[in-house]
Design a binder for this molecule. Structure first.
Ligand SMILES: Cc1cc2nc3c(=O)[nH]c(=O)nc-3n(C[C@H](O)[C@H](O)[C@H](O)COP(=O)(O)O)c2cc1C
Length: 187
């Protein structure tokens, strides 16, 4: 597969129990279903993976080993993707802790000897699909994710927001459902 073949990586971060489909993931499924037939998709559920706490070694060891286990799975999936989609509800005006942990590890991946992580990330687009109770109060979280994209020179695909709540609530947000049908398509 060439680097330019579209490959969408969906990282879900809701902490709902297994088997309980959250609003954000449901909305992301609608967006994914609108991709051209055959588009490669990889989905990972961060809250169901074993992500070690991030340790800041920048000013001691200075470098990081190639990760192992689930973290290696995520690094490989991240590098293989052309489009990365954070499927993340708003938690406390911010991102859920599994996504924060994954993002913190980007700092380590930038310092794995021989791994041009930063250079490769600049070729990937970053999208955010999110739900929460209130659109205006989601803005700091959306801004934060966009700034992460900018930090790594990643093209910003934008944010798709839907009104969440209990499972199924976002299905009543007709605007979000309509936007999902074209959100991930080339603009
Ligand atoms: C720990 C926690 C923190 C939350 N914080 C916010 C918040 O700051 N603002 C908000 O509007 N909704 C907040 N919510 C509500 C969720 O964003 C909302 O229910 C969302 O649709 C859940 O997504 P999910 O169904 O995909 O899990 C919070 C929910 C949880 C569990």
């Amino acid at each position: 597969m060439s680097n330019t073949t579209p490959h969408y990586l969906f990282l879900t971060t809701s902490t709902r129990e297994s088997g309980h489909l959250g609003n954000t993931e449901w909305l992301a499924q609608q967006a994914a279903a609108a991709l051209p037939a055959g588009t490669v998709q990889t989905w990972h559920h961060l809250a169901r993976m074993s992500l070690p706490p991030f340790v800041d070694l920048r000013h001691t060891v200075g470098t990081y080993p190639v990760p192992e286990g689930d973290l290696k799975t995520l690094l490989d999936a991240t590098l293989a993707a052309t489009h990365i989609v954070f499927v993340s509800p708003v938690y406390w005006f911010s991102i859920p802790s599994p996504l924060k942990t994954y993002l913190d590890h980007w700092s380590g991946w930038m310092r794995v000897p021989g791994l041009p992580f930063k250079e490769q990330m600049a070729a990937k687009s970053l999208f955010l699909i999110t739900t929460s109770g209130d659109r205006a109060k989601a803005q700091p979280m959306i801004d934060s994710v966009e700034l992460c994209a900018k930090f790594l020179s990643m093209p910003w695909g934008g944010a798709l927001w839907g009104k969440g709540g209990p499972p199924g609530a976002v299905q009543a947000d007709a605007q979000a459902v309509a936007q999902a049908a074209h959100f991930l398509l080339p603009k």
